[in-house]
Design a protein around this ligand. Sequence first.
Ligand code: PEP
Ligand code: MG
Length: 324
Amino acid sequence: FRLEIVRAAHLPAETLDGHQIKVKANIELLEEVPVILEHGAEGVGLFRTEFLYLNRSTPPGEEELYQVYREVVERLAPFPVTIRTLDIGGDKLARGIHHPRETNPALGLRSIRLCLKEPEIFRSQLRAILRASLYGRLRIMFPMVSGLQELLEAKALLAEVIEELRSEGINIPSIPIGAMIEVPTAVAIADILAQEVDFFSIGTNDLIQYSLAIDRVNEHVAHLYEPLHPGILRMIKQVTEVGHEAGIEVGMCGEMAGELLYVPLLLGLGLDELSMNALSIPRVKKLIRCLKVSECQELAREILKLATPEAIKELLLQRLPKIL
Ligand code: PEP
Ligand code: MG
């Protein structure tokens, strides 16, 4: 039975009423590429690029990063690879980067904030990403965007680097730019951010942490970490609606996207793309092929009327098609 699912992994994730959902993989390492392709990934929806910066005394140089990004992009072609710029700081510290001592690292100098404060590190990563983009389909995504200014600064730096490469004789084709939606204020101003990017990707791991004020790595409050909180579901809906009004695609790349139980709801909430751990892909694609988006939308409407995660979970369990 399991073999049958893996064999079917390469069929497209098309619903019974003809909607194509993009099912992609989250990766951290080049070595994962064969595994995600075997499992039917239609691209990389989240390439976490922190790994190469950890456990070493100086940050990797442009050339080293370029070689890795280029190989991932080449091996994935014709599928796209979404490279997330450095999301370091918080609980991921690199010896080669100066991290201040912080009382609340999750609320501290991390991710895009750190990159904007250390433009030389950011620049060399952007140069490597842009150079790799010549070898396949690449999208670039900025993490932890909390306001318009950060996004504009990151885009301005990217434009500078593109110009710099051009002056060196390397012409970069236009590359889709995305923002991760994982800070509550990004949800609230999604309409404004949508004017500046080509796609959104909802990072539920952090969005849940910051919205519910639950540290995602603190075991004492882990039981309160709740993807089905009605407040979280409303936020997801708001982001897909606003994104679609602006004509951009909205994906999800947090752990929530790979949970079978949530998939019908996520389709009903309007997500165009789900990016997940490779092992979840075959089953998620199989489930999608048994669903109708119109019915998922009806389910989402019912769920959005419910007040508690418990009631929502019960309804989802009742409705999950008995096919897997
Ligand atoms: C997220 O926050 O949901 C996410 C995908 O990013 P990370 O887990 O790397 O913070
Ligand atoms: Mg995150």
